[in-house]
Ligand binder design. Structure first.
Ligand code: HEC
Length: 129
């Protein structure tokens, strides 16, 4: 092997290990993405929803059914999916009307996870009284 061939062999070896290293980086990045994705679909938390409900209580009542004004709807015990849709609609400006602006102000600060957590909490509130 002359010097030139040795250099080429070395470059080849480096190239191969470089490729393997690159594959490892891609593979670990992929695993990382999978882990993050798994976290983002964590089941909604009633406890987190209860904490966040502090923002809603001044208008909807601490129990979700004694609103500060008659214009404020009772929401305790409402279907989870309905609550999610309603909050998303206020957030995205798809629900409009005289009082919708009040809700939009609050909803625009809620993340998707906040909305899921709130919906689980509110749908579990007692609406029988
Ligand atoms: C400033 C007062 C106010 C605050 C704060 C507030 N809301 Fe509301 N909310 C309203 C009003 C008023 C409406 C009725 C709006 C309309 O007519 O569309 C409403 C409507 C809703 C509805 C739809 C009810 C239905 O029957 O369609 C849901 C669900 C809701 N609010 C949940 C929440 C949650 C969850 C929070 C806290 C993150 C919250 N609201 C904070 C005043 C408020």
């Amino acid at each position: 092997m002359n010097t030139m061939q040795k250099a080429q062999a070395k470059t080849f070896a480096l190239g191969r290990s470089g490729t393997i290293f690159f594959c490892l980086v891609v593979a670990s990045a992929y695993v990382g993405v999978k882990v993050v994705a798994a976290n983002s679909v964590a089941p909604p938390s009633q406890d987190q929803g209860q904490l966040k409900f502090g923002v809603c209580a001044p208008c909807h009542g601490g129990d979700g059914r004694s609103g500060a004004l008659p214009e404020y709807p009772k929401i305790a015990g409402q279907n989870r999916k309905y609550i999610v849709n309603a909050l998303q609609a206020y957030k995205n400006g798809r629900r409009t009307g005289t009082y919708a602006a009040l809700m939009a102000e609050t909803a625009k600060n809620l993340s998707d996870a906040d909305i899921e957590n709130l919906a689980v909490y509110i749908s579990g509130l007692d609406d029988s009284k």
